[in-house]
Design a protein around this ligand. Structure first.
Ligand code: ATP
Ligand code: MG
Length: 268
């Protein structure tokens, strides 16, 4: 039986708790792997440190991503259990406006999980989902896990792969294959963040809706302008800015030590 926890509207961490509840529900329905819950916790810790908002460096990476997606030949959005649980509607919307394909790619692959993920993507409006069952018949080199299995109509031939919440090994392998890899990862120190062509250091629940807005804005721009935005983006510099931002924020908070006030009953 699923226990439903009622989260008080005014709880100071209500949004974070709602996201946790969503992941737990999707864990029970077989979409999220048990290790996915742990991975979420690591992401949450970085989100806390970043201030739980989309930062300037993240916005810069999102703009470069929008320009890259609008000029790509063949984009694939790679979806795992956590991404499907947290952002299926937005993933489908993004795929539609950028004419990208959606492919399921799992570290802990089982046909039950593939089917559960396919189901929620279909409920979110997806009509074609690659990488299910035998269709994931191609292999990418140097990846030890089940994530090496890809669809010959999808990731194998893609020039751009968007990998929300990815594993470092596969990001490295995809970059080695000459693909542009765009990662959404709250941890700027992860191997995924370090190896990607563009790293969006932000929570998937904020990054994809923002990306959709920026794609809609840039859609009318010329190919030349879009290529300029994409080619002048520097991932090393932008990751450095994200790490600087963490550094500055932590220094400010370190000066204070205690920085959260206890509010009076009627202020809370
Ligand atoms: P890597 O393999 O890239 O070195 P890792 O082994 O530390 O990373 P994984 O479990 O492979 O971590 O991947 C999970 C990653 O997803 C973590 O870096 C975590 O910060 C990130 N993450 C978790 N939840 C979210 C979220 N909601 N939005 C963005 N990133 C998230
Ligand atoms: Mg990993």
């Amino acid at each position: 039986m699923t226990e439903e926890i009622k989260i008080p509207q005014k709880h100071p961490r209500a949004e974070s708790l709602r996201i946790r509840e969503k992941l737990i529900r999707h864990f029970k329905s077989g979409v999220v792997a048990s290790a996915g819950l742990i991975a979420h916790g690591r992401g949450e810790a970085f989100d806390y440190i970043l201030g739980e908002k989309t930062t300037q460096p993240a916005l810069k990476a999102i703009k470069a991503t929008a320009a890259t997606l609008l000029t790509a030949e063949h984009t694939v959005i790679s979806v795992n259990g956590n991404a499907a649980a947290l952002a299926s509607k937005d993933i489908v919307k993004l795929a539609k406006i950028t004419k990208a394909k959606i492919e399921v790619n799992l570290f802990y692959r089982s046909s039950e999980r593939e089917i559960s993920i396919k189901k929620i993507l279909e409920e979110a409006g997806a009509t074609e989902i690659l990488g299910i069952g035998e269709t994931a018949s191609a292999r990418i080199p140097e990846v030890g896990s089940e994530r090496r299995r890809v669809d010959p109509k999808g990731i194998l031939i893609a020039d751009v792969v968007l990998v929300p919440l990815e594993d470092g090994d596969r990001t490295e392998a995809l970059v080695r294959m000459g693909k542009k890899v765009i990662a959404i990862d709250l941890n700027p120190f992860s191997r995924t963040a370090q190896f990607a062509t563009i790293t969006i250091v932000d929570n998937i629940v904020r990054a994809i809706p923002t990306l959709i807005k920026i794609v809609s804005k840039l859609k009318t721009k010329s190919e030349k302008k879009l290529e300029h935005i994409a080619s002048t983006f520097d991932n090393k510099e932008t990751l450095g800015e994200a790490i600087h931002l963490i550094h500055r924020r932590l220094s400010r908070l370190a000066e204070k030590g205690v920085y959260l006030p206890i509010l009076e009953e009627d202020e809370s």
